[in-house]
Design a protein around this ligand. Structure first.
Ligand code: MN
Length: 231
């Protein structure tokens, strides 16, 4: 018996390849981590001026592991953003870049689903665009692959997204402006990282809308595939 005054909400979880579940604590996302995506969103990047990555969050229960994602409310322009996801197994503050990958339990692919129309409205008004990013089911994710040598797993990796069989996003993971290790190091100066945190590492160019009936497939070299239908 416990003293909870209502039923304890269930904890978000993601299945691990080979068995077991990864409990989700927080979902961090990186914005603008691929130069060509910055360009397609109307920004520009001077390669000599490498701005620190910026971060936002989605609620932990935004993880979606089903195969049929309901089209969300209050948008007419739902966009896909295919992203490599880091699953943190060991927490810390002020983590050094050289040590950072030892904090990773495993890897997955995910979708930073975005209400692009709402994001544009909020940007134009100078308001927070949380409503564009942090809605129900906004973070579809594949199974997690436990990885002992993360550096090798990421080397020469490629991430890709197809809608109804047509490739829309395809880029080497080495196109990331901030590497997974650098992201972990920087993020751990903003927040105390904890086991159970997920980090969506940003999307390459080629983001675009999906509609009801579309089948989305996200893959990255050596990682479990994410497939879902928008209903
Ligand atoms: Mn994103």
């Amino acid at each position: 018996m416990t003293d909870w005054v209502i039923d304890m909400p269930s904890r978000a979880r993601v299945a691990v390849e080979g068995g077991g579940f990864f409990p989700v604590r927080r979902i961090y996302c990186v914005g603008q981590n691929y130069a060509k995506h910055i360009a397609e969103m109307g920004g520009s990047l001077d390669p000599k001026d490498r701005k620190p990555p910026f971060f936002f969050q989605k609620p932990s229960d935004a993880v979606f592991t089903g195969d049929k994602m309901p089209y969300p409310t209050i948008t007419k322009n739902l966009h896909h953003e295919a992203e490599l996801v880091l699953a943190i197994g060991k927490g810390g503050n002020d983590i050094q870049t050289a040590d950072a990958l030892s904090h990773v339990y495993g890897l997955a692919v995910g979708l930073d689903m975005t209400r692009r129309d709402r994001q544009a409205e909020m940007k134009a008004q100078g308001r927070s665009w949380e409503i564009a990013k942090a809605f129900d089911n906004a973070a579809p994710i594949s199974n997690i692959l436990a990885v002992s040598d993360v550096h090798s797993a990421l080397e020469e990796g490629q991430i890709a997204l197809a809608v109804n069989g047509s490739v829309r996003q395809s880029a080497p993971l080495s196109d990331m402006i901030w590497s997974p290790a650098e992201i972990i190091a920087e993020l751990s100066t903003h927040y105390t990282l904890m086991p159970g945190d997920l980090i969506f590492t940003g999307t390459p160019e080629g983001v675009g809308p999906v509609v009801v009936g579309d089948m989305i497939e996200v893959s990255a070299t050596g990682l479990p595939v994410l497939m879902l239908k928008i209903i």
